[in-house]
Design a protein around this ligand. Structure first.
Ligand SMILES: Cc1ncc(COP(=O)(O)O)c(C=O)c1O
Length: 368
């Protein structure tokens, strides 16, 4: 079976982890935390990085750092992972959904404009599968209405929008470093921001809101969302390798594109002018003319030795959220269609050309 993803733990990963073990710095103190934070923030073109234990809590820390009034509305796409809505709910805010664009699969900024009310305080664009959301018009809306932008760049390490890197454009950027990400720490995440006060708040929230002068006196409830030095050791080695990882992803996408372009019934990932798509995962979408859905295609691919993953099921269709009375009667047709017609193909950093040939031959057979 050709897997959907596997990590590439190359470069200095092993020697840095060995150093952390040898020196005994295995919790959240140690040189690799600060170095990883600095290197990643630098890479994103941003002043501050705050490492946390996964991407889900990075989103929660970012929203908590903004200290939005209870009941504030946060606009985000329905087509995303539940981590985004969970962060909004856990910080006492109300998630307001928008649909996504049919080609980039990222949030529809025109719809964001239509959903802004006097309670809206933030927007959370999610850069889907490696392609960035349309940040210029979003920043324009944010300026006009005084909104914070929390970028979810979990899937878009190194992606660019008119020369600026994902995570480095909004008020705050959030990353996941799960094992399938372009830069991984096994489990891990980071919040990046240019705002020194927000960075300081995120740092404090991550570490139980201990006060610098009076450690065990607390004026705010924080979390233990700390990353370990062991994880940061891997992270630092991964940042050192990011250009190679990005080149591998883009080569993979080029090879898939050459082989799949022109196949009837198939839509391939987009790359808008001025955007660098990093093709974190290579998604395909079945046209309506294809007489079966993505789940059936996935089953056929599996019979052909090719693993795949379904696209997100929209947040407005999630039982756990509907049961809380959220999004009743709401419909997002593009999201609903993508959930049923989209899947992503093997996209691991170690994927070779022969395997891509095999995957494409299987796709062709399954569609025939
Ligand atoms: C867009 C997006 N946001 C957030 C997350 C959450 O990250 P984590 O799995 O590290 O909690 C993911 C996870 O893959 C993701 O794809």
């Amino acid at each position: 079976m050709i897997p959907v993803s596997e990590p590439l733990l190359d470069g200095n990963a092993l020697s840095y982890v060995e150093e952390a073990v040898r020196t005994g710095w295995i919790s959240s103190e140690g040189r690799f935390i600060a170095e990883f934070e600095r290197r990643w923030a630098d890479y994103c073109g941003i002043a501050h990085g705050v490492a946390v234990c996964n991407g889900t809590v990075a989103l929660e820390v970012a929203l908590a750092a903004l200290a939005l009034p209870p009941g504030s509305e946060v606009i985000l796409p329905s087509f995303t992972i539940i981590s985004c809505v969970a962060a909004v709910l856990r910080t006492g805010c109300r998630p307001v959904l928008v649909d996504c664009e049919p080609d980039t699969w990222c949030l529809d900024v025109a719809e964001v404009g239509r959903k802004i009310t006097d309670k809206t305080r933030a927007v959370m664009p999610v850069h889907i599968y490696g392609h960035m959301a349309d940040m210029d018009p979003l920043n324009e809306l944010a300026r006009k209405f005084g909104l914070a932008i929390v970028e979810d760049a979990a899937e878009a390490h190194g992606a660019e929008y008119h020369g600026r890197r994902a995570g480095g454009i909004g008020t705050m950027g959030c990353f996941s470093f799960y094992a399938n990400k372009i830069v991984t720490t096994g489990e891990g995440g980071m919040v990046v921001t240019d705002d020194a006060d927000l960075a300081e708040r995120a740092r404090s929230l991550r570490n139980l809101c201990f006060r610098p002068g009076q450690r065990f006196l607390h004026t705010e409830l924080g979390y233990n969302f700390r990353m370990t030095n062991l994880q940061a050791a891997i992270g630092l080695a991964q940042v050192e390798r990011i250009e190679d990882h990005l080149a591998r992803k883009r080569r993979m996408a080029a090879l898939y594109g050459e082989r799949l372009r022109g196949l009837p019934g198939l839509r391939l990932p987009a790359e808008r002018p001025g955007v660098k798509n990093v093709y974190w995962m290579y998604g395909i979408v079945l046209d309506d003319a294809v007489p079966f859905d993505a789940a059936a295609l996935a089953a056929r691919l599996k019979e052909n030795g090719v693993d795949s993953r379904p696209f997100f099921l929209g947040m407005h269709e999630q039982p756990v959220l509907r049961d809380r009375g959220l999004f009743a009667g709401e419909s997002y047709p593009v999201t609903e269609r993508l959930a049923r017609r989209g899947l992503y193909l093997p996209s691991g950093l170690g994927l070779g050309e022969a395997e891509i040939d095999q995957v494409c031959a299987a796709v062709q057979r399954c569609l025939a």
